[in-house]
Design a protein around this ligand. Structure first.
Ligand code: HEA
Ligand code: HEM
Ligand SMILES: [Cu+2]
Length: 699
């Protein structure tokens, strides 16, 4: 018996040849060296993190304050850190792909299969492990504060959702070091992901990372929706909610209904691969078109799930920095609802060319175009909000302006694609790639970055550096335009998406411009990192402990920065929309409470960490056929859940006296803050400062 079979029970199909670095040593082609360097970056990055945690003695605080925390704010921050780490990889992959295509006339430096792996990981990472966790993070941080809640409805479930998302991200990272990832694109269509075409571990990595993270998103959706229905502060009717919270509610409902089709698609694909089922094969009654339908039944609502909360972020930012209440609040809410419902009626526009009748195509084409109507309503509402506002041109509104101009272009090319006859011409060309980056980058990414800039002072008590903020935003906007506008032209010229190389020299100049654009985007990412570093260094000068750095209108600005664990010392009574702005107008922004009560908060728990470790082991075991490990990790996780269900001391009480002391100290700080100091705290830029009112009515 060979060594491999001797150890098969122990390591499944994992053996020394699975190490991604080895081929680069045996056969150092450019492609292998790029792959091996990426693997080394993951390994060295991992070692660096462990070394840093040990050197600074950060293991205990990491465990006590973060990994076991059930506080929605900390969970939100961890989601965002995860998203930023994964974004670094996603952007680097984008740059490498653009370099490959720029050099791709009759060749390039990457092997075809390596390029295929790159667009598959890039798409998967950007959607599932950048956009989704970033959104989940912002929602987690902001939504409970906006509705006057002390936490989400199910804090422990929240921790588990984060763990499930992190498992997916971990599996994609591990695939750089052990084995290869799928080559089937982010939708992982069979037959490319079928066992006959690709028997390796790649599609299995995709299946388990997406299935596990998708489960986390379903649970998050339930958690967010229940929180909004059940935890609003007294008096906060649904139509008093800030617009961001409204978009969260609609997104949560989309999550609840759109994630299950993805779960079904991934798990049936797994059944095909693991147990020789024939859902998506040509023989034995299978039909791979069913996969395509199921995937886009999820995939289309998914893109609105991503963009709706960002519409919410832009709504908050545009109104705050225009110094005006939102124009057309009701129409914005109804437009959000309309988009959520319509998002479930258009999935077929992703495969107009799959052979259904012209009538069916026409129906879905028209339905897709309908979405332009509520979206247009929103665009006009935002413009009307800015109209005659005293606009403070701070970093978040730079992103918002970039969004308004660029997103409309991306939306309009979407409407073009919704016309089946046009789709027949440009489907699966770079025109499509340009369309979706044109909606996702200005719409989703700019929204999240604007939100990051806007709420950062709330979360950490000091501002992000403005100068580097402008630099990053400018790089993003111009980098985006240089990278993706040429792709519209390339698409119309007929260059297919997902091509590692091409033979038509006419494509070359535009691919070169796109590569330069990608380098600008890389500079944008670097600027964000520099900005963070500098902001942390200078934090003493940019502190905003009073908690209202932008002259905000909603409840999250009415509490200290960073907020206490329980958010609100006394849960506020809400009597109107824009509750904090209203209170300021009435001179009652910081009321003196009549009494304080004990506050009950959930205790820390290690269940999330157990799920993280157990789930990662389970995922790896399934990918590599290590059955004993799969069973063991399942048993451990189930055991942990059973054990937890016996615990009775799941909550702790924060005594009223402690809450009162902290709150009174802060109120005194607010009251003592001279107008000058408050002015400094509200002075994000010098522009338009005259329009600012200082917080009034401090107790
Ligand atoms: C955030 C993500 C996002 C958003 C918001 C959108 C928005 C839209 N998308 Fe896009 N789309 C994607 C992400 C997104 N898309 C992705 C990822 C893919 C490809 C996936 C893949 O294959 O890998 C894709 C692919 C895709 C296709 C498939 C094409 C093909 O495969 O051949 C189609 C076809 O109909 C389409 C249509 C639309 C439409 C009609 C909108 C509309 O919602 C746009 C509405 C907005 C506006 C129109 C602008 C503002 C409106 C006004 C100013 C009012 C005036 C305008 C009019 C009256 C027209 N999209
Ligand atoms: C930041 C700079 C980015 C660059 C340079 C970039 C570049 C690219 C490139 C070169 C491709 C392959 C195009 C092809 O098929 O020929 C691609 C595909 C893709 N990108 Fe990006 N991208 C970026 C950001 C994003 C973001 C932010 C998202 C989503 C949140 C995203 C989602 C996708 C998806 C879903 C695909 C399709 C993958 C597939 O074909 O299956 N990208 N990108
Ligand atoms: Cu769609």
């Amino acid at each position: 018996m060979s060594d491999a079979t001797t150890y098969a029970w122990l390591l499944g199909r994992l053996d020394i040849s699975s190490l991604a670095i080895l081929p680069a040593i045996a056969n150092p082609t450019a492609s292998e060296i790029v792959g091996a360097s990426a693997a080394m970056m993951v390994i060295l990055g991992g070692i660096a993190v462990v070394a840093m945690l040990t050197w600074f003695n950060w293991w205990t605080p990491l465990w006590r304050d973060w990994l076991t925390s059930t506080d929605h704010k900390r969970i939100g921050i961890m989601y965002i850190v995860l998203a930023l780490v994964m974004m670094t990889r996603g952007v680097l992959e984008g740059v490498v792909m653009r370099a490959q295509q720029a050099a791709g006339l009759d060749g390039g430096f990457l092997a075809d299969s390596h390029f295929a792996e790159l667009f598959s990981t890039h798409g998967t990472i950007m959607i599932f492990f950048v956009a989704m966790p970033f959104i989940a993070g912002v929602i987690n941080y902001v939504m409970p504060l906006q509705i006057g809640a002390r936490d989400v409805s199910f804090p422990v479930l929240n921790q588990i959702s984060l763990a499930l998302t992190a498992i997916g991200a971990a599996l994609v990272m591990i695939s750089l070091v052990l084995g290869k990832f799928s080559t089937g694109g982010w939708p992982a269509y069979p037959p490319y992901t079928g066992i006959a075409f690709n028997p390796g571990p790649g599609p299995d990595y995709w299946i388990w990372s997406v299935a596990i993270a998708g489960l986390g998103s379903t649970l998050s959706g339930i958690n967010f929706a229940v929180t909004i229905y059940k935890e609003r502060a007294p008096g906060m009717k649904l139509f008093y909610m800030p617009l961001f919270s409204w978009t969260v509610l609609c997104t949560a409902i989309i999550m609840i209904f759109a994630m299950p089709p993805l779960t079904v698609a991934t798990l049936t694909l797994a059944l095909d691969r693991y147990l020789d089922f024939h859902f998506y094969t040509n023989d034995l009654g299978g039909n791979m078109m069913n996969y395509v339908n199921l995937f886009w039944l999820f995939g289309h609502p998914e893109v609105y799930l991503l963009v709706l909360p960002c519409y919410g972020i832009f709504s908050e930012i545009i109104s705050t920095f225009s110094g005006k209440r939102l124009y057309g609040y009701n129409s914005l809410v109804f437009a959000t609802m309309a988009i959520s419902v319509l998002s479930f009626t258009v999935w077929l526009h992703h495969f107009f060319t799959m052979g259904q009748s012209a009538q069916v195509n026409a129906a879905f084409g028209v339905a897709s175009m309908f979405i332009a109507v509520p979206t247009g309503v929103k665009v006009y509402d935002w413009m009307a909000t800015m109209f005659r506002g005293r606009i403070r041109f701070s970093v978040p509104i730079v992103y918002a302006t970039g969004f308004l101009i660029l997103f409309v272009i991306g939306g309009l090319t979407g409407v073009m694609l919704a016309n089946p006859t046009i789709s027949y011409q440009v489907h699966n060309t770079l025109f499509l790639v340009a369309h979706f980056h044109n909606v996702i980058i200005p719409g989703v990414l700019f929204g999240l970055l604007a939100g990051y800039h806007y709420w950062f002072p709330k979360a950490f008590g000091f501002r992000l550096n403005e100068g580097w903020g402008y630099v990053a935003a400018t790089f993003w906007i111009f980098g985006f335009m240089f990278t993706f506008f040429p792709l519209y032209v390339l698409g119309v010229m007929g260059m297919p998406r997902r091509s590692a190389s091409y033979s038509d020299p006419a494509f070359e100049p535009l691919t070169l411009i796109a590569m330069c654009g990608a380098c600008l985007i890389f500079c944008a990412l670097a600027s964000l990192l520099i900005q963070l570093r500098i902001s942390v260094r200078d934090r003493a000068q940019t502190r905003v402990p009073l908690g209202d750095p932008w002259n905000g209108m909603t409840l999250e600005w009415s509490i200290p920065s960073p907020p206490p664990e329980y958010n609100f010392a006394v849960v506020p009574e809400v009597t109107a929309r824009d509750a904090f702005a209203e209170a300021k107008e009435q001179g009652n922004a910081y009321p003196q409470p009549t009494a304080y009560e004990d506050i009950e908060m959930p205790r820390n728990t290690s269940i999330g960490a157990i799920v993280l470790i157990g789930g990662t082991a389970l995922g790896l075991a399934l990918v590599w056929y290590v059955w004993w490990l799969a069973i063991l990790s399942l048993v451990v996780m189930i055991g942990a859940f059973v054990a937890r269900s016996f615990r009775t001391d799941t909550h702790k009480t924060i005594p009223a006296a402690e809450v009162a002391a902290a709150h009174q100290a802060w109120l005194a700080e607010v009251a003592n803050a001279s107008p000058v100091k408050r002015d400094i705290e509200t002075k994000d830029t010098n522009r338009g400062l005259a329009a600012l009112e200082l917080p009034q009515g401090a107790a």
